[in-house]
Design a protein around this ligand. Structure first.
Ligand SMILES: NC(=O)c1ccc[n+]([C@@H]2O[C@H](COP(=O)([O-])OP(=O)(O)OC[C@H]3O[C@@H](n4cnc5c(N)ncnc54)[C@H](OP(=O)(O)O)[C@@H]3O)[C@@H](O)[C@H]2O)c1
Length: 424
């Protein structure tokens, strides 16, 4: 949503934005788009500006993105920028699913980009976690996978049961990565390297994305629950009271408006100065150990303090999150499960709360969220920001006001406060 709004605001000359949308929860693609455009963030755009956004029915895993012949022809003739921002952001999915949703979709988008009459930029939203198997400072370059992305796509499509069985037996199949999500993003980057040589391509690698920061329109990020936004929600509601990791480690994170800015800046950069080099341009969108190195313990403190300042309508428990590791965490969860036992029978006899608010479910959610989301933040040692700083420094002062993604500007307490404000 923020990206579409960002595109409309940044480029008045833009004639059309085609958004590939699929049906979801009984809502047709066009209905989903109408809902999206009725959000208050689009209020300042006139009806004719909003009309530039067109929903096209599709599915990114399908050949030609599942688009009709007519739409495909129109797109090939008129579109010059492809932004592939879709993805499966789940850390616990099978390798088959991760490869299908994050690598095959990238292949389909590349195929479309290459079939355009006039391609000026192809931008892919990857993640700073794509290289969780690299120790030390991660550079803004592509780290080669041992297996080829096409081979992995073939495996996922042709032998789905083998690929899933194999990953359980041989964790080396994900090449030392933290999980299948990280590996699938690394594979997708490798695919771009192989397929887009000499073409204008860019890759944006955000770390953990939080709410909007500088953007003046409230609700700019909508009600996203993906990634850490979902974690904030359960913490603010008191359902998540435990985090994992080294309290002193750097917490790699960024505001979502920085991600949108990075996509826009990179699209213009690769579009106006086609790279002579064979590799795509890459930028990290994040802080690092030198630039604004906020600590995990400080993020947790901001979260607790800001949650109390902005009370919600409903709570599972009062929000008070702590970093717990080892035995301390084991005892905590044991105590939580015992407490949940007391509510187990009454909750079934008097089903006042919905299943997702019942005690056992909440403890389970907390335990899983703690592992999936907070462990991941400790698998990166450092990120290079060389390209990111180069691009932001090269911006015209007027553009820098609007499109900067310089992490040194971020006040993390303010970022947490603004992220919480849309939840309550
Ligand atoms: N959130 C983070 O903290 C974070 C951090 C680093 C990188 N990223 C990357 O940033 C990108 C956007 O993330 P997000 O947080 O905005 O994710 P999100 O809220 O889950 O949105 C992902 C979108 O992709 C669409 N999509 C997924 N598979 C599709 C398919 N096969 N066909 C059509 N549409 C499909 C989904 O459509 P439906 O609505 O129909 O499901 C959804 O609208 C992802 O590539 C992610 O890896 C995110």
């Amino acid at each position: 949503m923020g990206l579409i709004e960002g595109l409309l605001s940044a480029s008045p000359d833009l004639q059309r934005i085609y958004v590939v949308v699929r049906e979801k929860k009984g809502l047709a693609p066009q209905e989903r788009l109408v809902r999206l455009l009725s959000s208050e963030i689009f209020n300042h755009h006139a009806a004719d500006v909003k009309a530039k956004v067109v929903a096209v029915v599709g599915e990114l895993t399908a050949e030609n993105l599942g688009l009709s012949e007519e739409i495909l022809r129109e797109i090939r003739e008129n579109v010059s920028v492809v932004i592939h921002n879709a993805g499966l952001i789940k850390f616990n999915r099978s390798l088959r699913e991760a490869v299908t949703m994050n690598v095959l979709t990238t292949l389909r988008c590349i195929e479309l980009a290459k079939s355009l009459r006039n391609l000026s930029a192809f931008i892919f939203s990857s993640t700073a976690l794509a290289n969780s198997n690299i120790s030390g400072r991660i550079k803004e370059e592509i780290y080669k996978t041992k297996r080829s992305p096409r081979e992995m796509i073939k495996l996922a499509l042709e032998t789905p049961s083998t690929i899933d069985k194999e990953v359980k037996i041989r964790s080396d199949l994900i090449e030392g990565q933290q999980n299948t999500y990280c590996y699938s993003k690394q594979l997708a980057e490798n695919l771009i390297l192989e397929e887009m040589a000499g073409l204008p391509a860019g890759i944006v690698r955000p770390s953990l994305v939080y709410g909007f920061y500088k953007h003046e329109i409230p609700g700019w990020m909508g009600s996203s629950q993906s990634g850490h936004c979902g974690l904030i929600r359960i913490m603010v509601k008191g359902a998540g009271r435990s985090m994992y990791g080294d309290p002193k480690s750097v917490y790699f994170s960024c505001p979502c408006d920085h991600v949108v800015n990075a996509i826009l800046v990179l699209a213009v950069a690769v579009g106006t100065h086609p790279p002579s080099a064979k590799a795509p341009e890459i930028v990290h969108v994040s802080n690092n150990v030198e630039v604004n190195p906020v600590r995990t313990k400080d993020m947790v403190r901001y979260l607790n303090e800001e949650a109390w300042k902005n009370p919600c309508d409903s709570y599972a428990f009062l929000p008070r999150c702590k970093i717990r590791n080892g035995l301390r965490a084991d005892f905590y969860f044991l105590a939580m499960y015992v407490m949940a036992l007391f509510f187990f029978i009454p909750e079934r006899i008097f089903p006042i709360s919905p299943p997702w608010m019942r005690s056992f479910h909440l403890v389970e959610l907390q335990r899983k969220a703690r592992i999936y989301f907070t462990e991941i933040s400790s698998c990166i040692t450092d990120l290079s920001l060389e390209n990111a700083i180069k691009y932001t420094k090269n911006l015209h002062p007027e553009d820098a006001q609007k499109y900067s993604f310089d992490p040194s500007d971020v006040d993390y307490r303010k970022l947490i406060a603004s992220s919480i404000s849309w939840i309550i």
